[in-house]
Every structure is written in structure tokens, then in C-alpha cells.
Design a protein around this ligand. Structure first.
Ligand code: NI
Length: 136
């Protein structure tokens, strides 16, 4: 059920907001505002160490000695937090691994940080999600 409310803001801020809406291809102001609010709430849940879901994506060089083993070993250490992992062989050297995670925000963040710190990991990104409800 959608409820309506009125928002007042300065001309200049509204101009910036409309520019943002255009850049991000939102259909209208309501949709953009809902998205901004949801993102802020998700950030708050993560900061409060709530139960969250997220996706870690990392790119690494599989020629780096022992790296493949470390990535696998670490995922076994965090098997309670890992829902699923998909491995893509990107090219001759690089692998992309996408890890779907759920659990306490702090635990998931630790997994992401530890993966990122491994030598040979070129890029690692954690995208934060949440259902907005308690996860079981
Ligand atoms: Ni690979």
C-alpha cells in the first residue's frame, strides 16, 4: 500500500535531485526518493550489525601462488555466512568469483575485507542488501 506525503525543499536542491533522477534513469521522483531512503536504511542496518544479505564479487589472478586455495579455505571458514558461490574463468589469467552472503553484517564485512586483503586479488566489492526484516 503506497501512501502519499508532501515534501518541501529549496529550488536548488530540487534541481539537483531532478538532475540525479535523470542521470540514474528513474521514472519519477517517488521512485528515486524510495530508493534513496531504502539505501540509507540498509546502511543503518549494516552499521548496527543486523542480519543482512549481500554479494561479494572479487577478481583475482589464479596464477598467484596459493591464492585459489586461500580463497576456498576462507570460504569454508565462513560457510555459515555463504549461501552460494559462482566462479567464472574470465580469461587466461583472471577469475571472477561472486559470493552470495547472509548473516551478521560484521561477519560478512570481515569476510569481504579478508578476501580483499589477499595478495593477487585485483578487485573486491561488497554490495549490501537487506530484506528490511529479520532473517532466519
Ligand atoms: Ni577461474
Amino acid at each position: 500500500m503506497l501512501k502519499r506525503f508532501t515534501v518541501s525543499m529549496e529550488d536548488s536542491l530540487l534541481e539537483d535531485f531532478d538532475g540525479f533522477i535523470q542521470d540514474r534513469h528513474y521514472q519519477n521522483r517517488s521512485e528515486a526518493l524510495r530508493d534513496l531512503i531504502r539505501n540509507r536504511i540498509i546502511e543503518k542496518e549494516w552499521a548496527a550489525d543486523k542480519d543482512v544479505m549481500g554479494v561479494i564479487s572479487l577478481v583475482y589472478d589464479h596464477h598467484q601462488p596459493k591464492l585459489q586455495e586461500k580463497v576456498t579455505e576462507l570460504q569454508h571458514d565462513f560457510h555459515h555466512q555463504i549461501v552460494s558461490t559462482t566462479h567464472v574463468h574470465m580469461d587466461h589469467d583472471n577469475c571472477l568469483e561472486v559470493i552470495i552472503v547472509r548473516g551478521k553484517a560484521g561477519e560478512v564485512q570481515t569476510l569481504s575485507d579478508t578476501l580483499r586483503a589477499l595478495r593477487g586479488v585485483r578487485n573486491s566489492n561488497l554490495s549490501m542488501g537487506s530484506t528490511g526484516q529479520h532473517l532466519h
